[in-house]
Design a protein around this ligand. Structure first.
Ligand SMILES: [Zn+2]
Length: 153
């Protein structure tokens, strides 16, 4: 599961481009289509607004560290435009509080499950957490400047 933070009111547009299946090694030509496209074309949604995607676990850590779970849960939430400056202040406070970022470091670990399967967690330092917070900050700054709200789902 992953979570994407974005500006739902930001303009987006449909773009139509030639099917990418031939680049993936699949046949897609006149009379022999790949079955995934619309007669040789694919449609996609494009926007100029920034967005950030992270795993559900990481999104949960960011949302709770910033106290943003009052705007929703980890699977869906929305910060209305009027509350965006408040969310930005929380980010500045977190990034400028000694030890607040480092508190989210996770040491590398190894786990052996009941069936003997080993799983490894490479861990991460506080920089990875701070990087995710800064990417969310960029989405919020864009929303503040453009009159949009920020949602995640
Ligand atoms: Zn195709």
């Amino acid at each position: 599961m992953s979570t994407t933070f974005h500006c739902p009111e930001a303009p987006s547009r449909y773009v139509r481009r030639p099917c990418s299946s031939p680049g993936l090694g699949l046949a897609c030509r006149e009379g022999d289509r790949c079955g995934y496209c619309d007669d040789g074309f694919e449609e996609d949604v494009e926007t100029d607004a920034p967005s950030v995607n992270m795993s559900g676990v990481n999104a949960s850590a960011v949302l709770s560290a910033l106290g943003l779970l009052e705007f929703g849960d980890v699977s869906y939430g929305r910060i209305e435009h009027a509350r965006v400056p408040d969310a930005l202040r929380r980010i500045l406070r977190l990034l400028n509080t000694d030890g607040a970022v480092e508190a989210h470091a996770r040491p590398a670990s190894e786990d052996v499950g009941a069936m003997g399967a080993r799983s490894f967690d490479l861990g991460e330092d506080g920089d990875d957490f701070a990087d995710r917070v800064r990417r969310l900050q960029a989405v919020l700054v864009y929303a503040a400047d453009s009159g949009y709200s920020v949602a995640w789902d």
